[in-house]
Design a protein around this ligand. Structure first.
Ligand code: TXA
Ligand code: MG
Length: 318
């Protein structure tokens, strides 16, 4: 283990972390819940590298961290319910899912292509200072490799992600991931339990939060096919030559050119491809095309998550 990856929890360590994040690098940092693996939430490639570092086989949407409710409201549309809950539980171990603003500057990848975004204002002092100093929205899932336990100490992060710079802010006081509530409607929907309890939420808004299963209509879980962004046009996978009037989402070398072609990565770089995926799918999803043909993407590294997403988009049609 190398100590070079640990940045001290002082002014210079925080300044260095802020600088790295602004440059598009990943930095793990403490919150009161768990350590997050942070990246500039507006930067598609920085966000794509989060998925690459975690080895996630799919694009789950990520939580975006802000220093205040005021900053958070710049990115999402806050219903009266969302405003109430934010006022009560921020800063703290609490995350709100809201609708993205039309001109939202956040990467579509943090939303995994959805029209919603999860926002959180953490209370941890180091996280607060970092967010203010970096002055950028920071996307961060828990700083562990996919499928492993969330880290609550810098040493845990070092074990999980030895290549990542870590702002070493000591132990997380809560140690359990934040409560996630969808506050787009009139009734809160609890998407993930955490240390803010349903009773505490009910005390603020007058009704118990719905559990996702209790109300499938209101449920926008990223795991559910219905909720996932799927293009309106049919999607055809593993196509080398598109038919007439079909758009083409290319990958790697491609001789076909034109307005109907967008290339995820000419050089065949999977991180670049992931960074472009959702934005390009949306750009090609136009009425002038009958469908969207997708060139084969190698089933390795980030290619697993890209193919997972594309297979869902294709399956949603059936
Ligand atoms: O405590 C925490 O929340 C930590 C710290 C670092 O903030 N972060 C964390 O992130 O646990 P992650 O990526 O491991 O979990 C994000 C959760 C997932 O359950 C995801 O499905 C949900 O938030 N989520 C994110 N965006 C969403 C969206 N647009 N709609 C529905 N659920 C969303
Ligand atoms: Mg996690």
């Amino acid at each position: 283990m190398s100590s070079i990856m640990l940045l001290p929890n002082n002014a210079s360590g925080i300044a260095r972390s802020a600088e790295l994040l602004q440059l598009g690098c990943l930095v793990a940092f403490p919150t009161e819940t768990v350590y997050g693996l942070g990246a500039d939430a507006r930067n598609d490639s920085a966000v794509a590298s989060i998925y690459a570092a975690k080895g996630r086989p799919s694009f789950n949407p990520l939580i975006v961290h802000l220093p205040s409710q005021e900053e958070a409201e710049k990115h999402g549309i806050f219903s009266p319910l969302a405003k109430k809950l934010a006022k009560a539980f921020w800063p703290g171990p609490f995350t709100l899912v809201v609708e993205r603003k039309k001109d939202c500057a956040l990467s579509l990848l943090v939303s995994a292509g959805l029209d919603s975004v999860a926002l959180r204002v953490p209370a941890n002092q180091t996280a607060q200072t970092l967010l203010k100093e970096a002055a950028i929205p920071i996307a961060a899932p828990s700083a562990n490799r996919s499928g492993r336990i969330s880290p609550t100490l810098p040493e845990h992060v070092l074990e999980e992600l030895p290549e990542i710079q870590i702002l070493a802010g000591g132990a997380c006081s809560v140690g359990l991931e934040s409560t996630v509530v969808d506050a787009r409607g009139e009734t809160p929907v609890l998407l993930r339990s955490g240390s803010v309890t349903p009773e505490q939420i009910a005390a603020i808004c007058g009704v118990m939060p719905l559990l996702p299963e209790a109300n499938p209509e209101n449920f926008h879980s990223p795991g559910m096919l219905k909720s996932h962004y799927a293009p309106e046009r049919p999607v055809r996978l593993n196509i080398i030559s598109p038919s007439a009037n079909e758009a083409l989402l290319a990958f790697g070398h491609c001789d076909i050119q034109g307005e109907h072609v967008l290339n995820l990565s000419v050089s065949g770089d999977l991180t670049e491809a992931a960074a472009n995926l959702f934005a390009y799918l949306r750009k090609l999803d136009k009425p002038e095309y009958t469908s969207i043909a997708i060139m084969p993407i190698p089933q390795e590294g980030l290619g697993l998550a890209i193919n997972d997403r594309l297979e869902r988009a294709a399956a949603d049609r059936i």
